[in-house]
Design a protein around this ligand. Sequence first.
Ligand SMILES: NC(=O)c1ccc[n+]([C@@H]2O[C@H](COP(=O)([O-])OP(=O)(O)OC[C@H]3O[C@@H](n4cnc5c(N)ncnc54)[C@H](O)[C@@H]3O)[C@@H](O)[C@H]2O)c1
Ligand SMILES: N[C@@H](CCC=O)C(=O)O
Length: 554
Amino acid sequence: MAHVLHTPSLAHFKLPAIDNEPMKSYAVGSEERPKLEKAVADMRAAGPVEIPVVINGEKIKTGQTGKQINPSEHKTTVCTYHEADASLIKKAIDGALEAKARWEAMPFNDRAAVFLKAADLIATKYRYKLMAATMLGQGKNAWQAEIDAAAELCDFFRFGAKYAEEMYQQQPPKNSPGVWNRSEYRALEGFVFAVSPFNFTAIGGNLAGAPALMGNVVLWKPSPGAVYSNYIVYQILEEAGLPAGVIQFVPGPAEEICDVVLAHPEFASLHFTGSTHVFRKLWKQIGNNIDNYKSYPRIVGETGGKNYHVLHKSLDADGVRQAALQTIRGAFEYQGQKCSACSRVYVPESLFADFKKVLVEEHAKIKQGPIHKWENFMGPVINKFAFDKIKGFIDHAISNDDCEVIAGGKCDDSEGYFIQPTVIVTKDKDAKTLKEEIFGPVVTLYVYEDADFEATCKMVSDTTQYALTGALFAKDREAIVAGSNLLRNTAGNFYINDKCTGAVVGQQPFGGARGSGTNDKAGSWSLLLRFVSARSVKENFVEIDGFAYPSNSV
Ligand SMILES: NC(=O)c1ccc[n+]([C@@H]2O[C@H](COP(=O)([O-])OP(=O)(O)OC[C@H]3O[C@@H](n4cnc5c(N)ncnc54)[C@H](O)[C@@H]3O)[C@@H](O)[C@H]2O)c1
Ligand SMILES: N[C@@H](CCC=O)C(=O)O
């Protein structure tokens, strides 16, 4: 059995003050611009790197490899990664369980220090390298890489420590005379399985990092579309002092890995972000294995969205223009590959001509191309599968009499996976592109009669299975109140006169309900609560004279 440390508590430590990581602009002439340019150029010149599986700190080259390509120029490989197979996954689970006793016994300030140091390493020494890997591997431009791989990841680690500290301070409010009541927030028994998506480097770091911060051990299966950046995050945690075995980095074939992990009796929790159908499949698999587990697994999943902007007739000309500009950003930044991306817009008839005019004029100014060309607001979608899927939605709209493509619509995968930002107008409230998640740069507009605002809010609610993000643009305060109420359950993140993307850790805790996930709110205390199992401890200081109650006296 692993030796458990007995560490004296010599003080209650207070974390340093926590704030959002300041964002750099990368404008021409800024200090940071040439540094990032150099990091991207160096990474392109260096060619593909080789990434191992990491188990118990040991870098393992299995010889069974996959590759991550640069979606801006798909002939270029960003990394070749070794894949874990079933026997390595078993080894990873055994090693994690071995590492567990020491890690969960480590004082909180020491665990927190690892993540605070990792955040500082990301903000400084590794900022540009991590951003370059996110740009080249995941097709983000500089600004999108900054808000993800630098700012959000730092925020997840730092605010995570702050929320954990606050959670540990939650103690029973009452003690009867001669009694001391205490609450302990134990790590889960067993291990956590983190399965991360391609689209946010920060999400990968948080899926593995948040449970580990709470004293858990974690198997982290990254997405094939984000292995390079995710491995750098792993290495940063290692450099920050994360003990071997606490997070096992196991890229590889998703289904094979999931089959081994989800069948294991010590499987304690799934921490997933990705598509709704994969999450449901994994949930069913867990359900089917329920008799085999030592504990009831905690299932935490943030999944797809069909996010909306609703405009109200009270907007003036400036308000309409703002709504159009915010729609361009919300729908097309990072090529619409944010779970929060705006995918449908409901516009009152009286505003439609003006809204469409601004939208189409501004759309014509969008520059798209490889992300290492700085003028590009948009880059490629992640891979061939995504390209074909998104093109399928556009082709469907082109061939459908109820739909009109009013901007964009062209797709070109000759060098990279480029899909033009596409605007569709439909007369059909149940159009496919109004209902299904596309996860690409396609937005569908639906025009409603000015008098039908309430019915339209109901339509927004009833059209899809999702409830992730949404925005209401209005000037009239009564309309804002009415719309906010009518749309209450349509979005876990709701915006008033702002786009439906861009949640910031510590400011807008993120997550949706219905088909969009368990809404445990990434970047908040409530997420951390899912990775602990509380123990109530009552200590008694008083002795009793006998077992009988006073009421037994006669
Ligand atoms: N709600 C959120 O916070 C949030 C954030 C980011 C992304 N997303 C969602 O993620 C999706 C896009 O990301 P993606 O393309 O990486 O998602 P995805 O579902 O294809 O992949 C996510 C992870 O699941 C794994 N996976 C894929 N198929 C699997 C299978 N059959 N069995 C087991 N594991 C499997 C992948 O390898 C990856 O690690 C979108 O639906 C988007 O809305 C949601
Ligand atoms: N934090 C992101 C969502 C992450 C999903 O991809 C946002 O709010 O735009």
